[in-house]
Design a protein. Structure first.
Length: 237
């Protein structure tokens, strides 16, 4: 496969991963196996980003970022397939989904759930085993010639955060704040949904006293939402 993201030659793996590998090493349900068979043509491990392949530093909880190119039979493949792969893989992943000379980028922002599990002997290295996906981000479909995901940063965590920023549209942000930004985006989305629902309910309420009480709640939720958005702005550069 071509070097579609124009990364350094040292990062290229370009190895097709047989779909049977996922069946063999992951607990695949019949429904998920059907996803692999019906939706995926093939999966190529195209790049490995690490301290060894790039002139960057890593961190104990992030040793590699893998880039998988997934050729799809149809462009509307459900994203739960990629959440399944990502949850079971021991490294952070960027997916490049390809169909009919078009591509989209998909990244599941995920964190280790067992960062402090168990007791570690002095001098021993903590081993992570489980990921939790916090939020999925995806770009629009675009012609393959427009595909771009520049490597930005001097450490793998910073590179990963910048990948998330590019795919999600979050944009420039301060180093080390991506986890906060993702959490805030979820809080803002929830607050907006709750506010809209309460406003609709208030408009349909026939009793004036209840409308006034609900309007007080609306004002409080609107203020809380603005505070969340202000906090989001403070995390930006």
């Amino acid at each position: 496969m071509d070097n579609i993201l124009h990364y350094p030659q040292s990062t290229i793996v370009n190895r097709v991963v047989p779909k049977t590998m996922f069946y063999k090493f992951m607990e695949v349900s019949p429904r998920m196996k059907t996803r692999f068979v019906n939706d995926v043509v093939n999966i190529t491990w195209l790049y490995k980003l690490s301290a060894a392949t790039l002139n960057v530093t890593d961190r104990e909880d992030m040793k590699e970022i893998e880039v998988f190119v997934v050729n799809l039979k149809q462009p509307d493949c459900p994203t739960d397939l990629f959440s399944f792969i990502d949850t079971n893989m021991p490294h952070h992943i960027v997916f490049v989904l390809v169909h009919d000379n078009h591509a989209m980028l998909l990244i599941n922002y995920k964190e280790w759930t067992d960062e402090t599990f168990g007791k570690v002997a002095p001098g021993a290295r903590l081993q992570h085993t489980k990921f939790k996906i916090t939020q999925m981000f995806a770009s629009p479909w675009m012609p393959m010639t427009d595909l771009s995901l520049p490597i930005q940063g001097q450490s793998l965590p910073r590179i990963y955060d910048n990948f998330v920023a590019q795919v999600s549209g979050i944009g420039e942000h301060k180093a080390g704040t991506m986890a906060e930004i993702v959490a805030l985006r979820r809080q803002i989305a929830t607050a907006e949904t709750e506010l809209e629902s309460l406003q609709k309910k208030m408009r349909k309420e026939p009793q004036l006293d209840r409308q006034l009480a609900m309007n007080k709640q609306v004002k409080a939720k609107r203020k809380a939402l603005e505070e969340l958005k202000q906090k989001m702005g403070e995390l930006s550069l």
